[in-house]
Design a protein around this ligand. Structure first.
Ligand SMILES: *Cc1c(COP(=O)(O)O)cnc(C)c1O
Length: 412
């Protein structure tokens, strides 16, 4: 980005930020928090969350009681899914459902995908993917007698089309990858990777946990097959809020998910003797969906809809660029290295930096209300949630990291 921008202060960037007005919709600086840089792990609550939950307890639940299942709740997993698809995933209605955790949805969708064509017995994944993704895949490979083809990828980058070309073949059943890598923040070229996967006749599953709500996703346009993601990160759904799953419409009649439950059945209240799956995306449900826990994210989806995901992305790129400018100016001389892509087009909404003292530094930062997160062995991840993070808050955080590094040096 330009030298002109580089000379802008945090205050100027905040003053010129067209999305600055959204900050007031989020819980603020209570409990001594001066810089919250962990919105990619747990987004702040939208301010109206408490009132929305109280209304829900009084109204739909308290007054309407069980009648609300017929009146609203049966459709809630697909209604919230469709809204999410529209504002953040580039998904037409009827392909996204909310429920379970990301880990459980990974299991259900991966099992469904690998069972499609038994002549294909390999799954491609990378060493740098989030632990749960790798563990679920290892479990499924053991359970189904499948082979995992591991990609060794550059830790500061992520899965590249060139990496994939070396392992794809007529034996590949499925590729699983993260759109934004949880550690480095690398943003994969999802369209190119999806195309390559399809050229080999395989399916692809995208984990959108670190992109949904901060980076535009175009599942339909990419012709993605499957996707999952968290709703407590950039979708601000709250701790343990249910995840989302996407299955391309063309696959609905061809896939069968492995956890058969009454809520995924064709007519739950028929109390049938035999399981017959629902048609469409509902077949990927299992038990009673967590309706209560879906309420907070709906507020965030409205804010994302108002701001527009493209404008959110613009701010996200400015935030990560400003973070790198501040890091270069103030931390690199203390031995800090950048473990995230320098190219904004290949970077999601967080920046990871490394230093041997960061475990201790991060603990001290938390005590002074500066909250990034620590990623073992030596990384600090600076998460920048575009609608709720200010440039000034970011600067304050980077400044504090510099001060704590000096402290750590002095103590030695
Ligand atoms: C955060 C995250 C998860 C979390 O899964 P849960 O089942 O919600 O604990 C999974 N995968 C990725 C890539 C993540 O970033």
């Amino acid at each position: 980005m330009s030298e002109e921008r580089r000379t802008m202060t945090s205050a100027q960037l905040d003053a010129e930020d067209p999305l600055a007005g959204f900050r007031r919709h989020f819980a603020g600086s209570e409990d001594g928090v001066v810089s919250y840089l962990d919105g990619n792990s747990l987004g702040r609550p939208v301010l109206q969350t408490a009132a929305r939950l109280a209304d829900f307890a009084d109204g739909a639940w308290g007054r309407r009681l069980i009648r609300s299942w017929d009146e609203a709740w049966m459709e809630e997993p697909t209604r919230v899914g469709d809204r999410l698809g529209a504002v953040a995933l580039g998904a037409a209605p009827g392909q996204t459902v909310v429920g379970d955790s990301t880990s459980v949805l990974l299991y259900k969708l991966i099992r469904a995908a690998v069972d499609l064509d038994p002549s294909r017995a390999e799954i491609v994944l990378d060493r740098e993917n989030f632990p749960t993704d790798r563990f679920i895949l290892e479990g499924i490979a053991a359970e189904r007698g499948l082979t995992l083809r591991w990609l060794e990828v550059d830790r500061a980058a992520g899965v590249q089309p060139a990496d994939l070309r070396t392992v794809l073949s007529e034996r590949t059943a499925l590729v699983v990858a993260s759109h934004v890598a949880y550690r480095s923040g690398f943003l994969a070229d999802a369209k190119a990777i999806t195309e390559l996967t399809h050229d080999a006749g395989a399916l692809i599953l995208w984990d959108l946990s670190h992109s949904a709500g901060s980076v535009p996703v175009h599942l339909d346009a990419w012709r993605a097959d499957l996707a999952v993601g968290c709703s407590y990160k950039y979708l601000n759904g709250g701790p343990g809020a249910p995840a989302f799953g996407y299955v391309r419409a063309g696959l609905h009649s061809r896939l069968s998910q492995p956890i058969w439950g009454w809520m995924g059945a064709d007519d739950p209240f028929a109390m049938d003797r035999d399981y017959r799956p629902a048609t469409g995306i509902r077949q990927f449900l299992t038990g009673t969906p967590a309706i209560l826990a879906m309420q907070p994210m709906k507020l965030m989806l409205e804010l994302i809809g108002q701001a527009g995901i493209e404008a959110i992305r613009q701010k996200s790129m400015l935030l990560t660029e400003h973070a790198l400018d501040l890091i270069d100016d103030r931390l690199v001389s203390s031995g800090v290295t950048v473990a995230s892509p320098r190219d904004p087009a290949r970077r999601g909404s967080h920046v990871t930096i490394e230093h041997p003292d960061f475990r201790d530094v991060c603990a001290r930062l938390w005590r002074r209300g500066v909250i990034p997160d620590f990623r073992s062995p030596s990384g600090i991840r600076i998460g920048l949630s575009p609608l709720s993070t200010t440039f000034a808050e970011l600067e304050l955080g980077v400044e504090a990291i510099g001060e704590e590094l000096v402290e750590a040096e002095n103590r030695r």
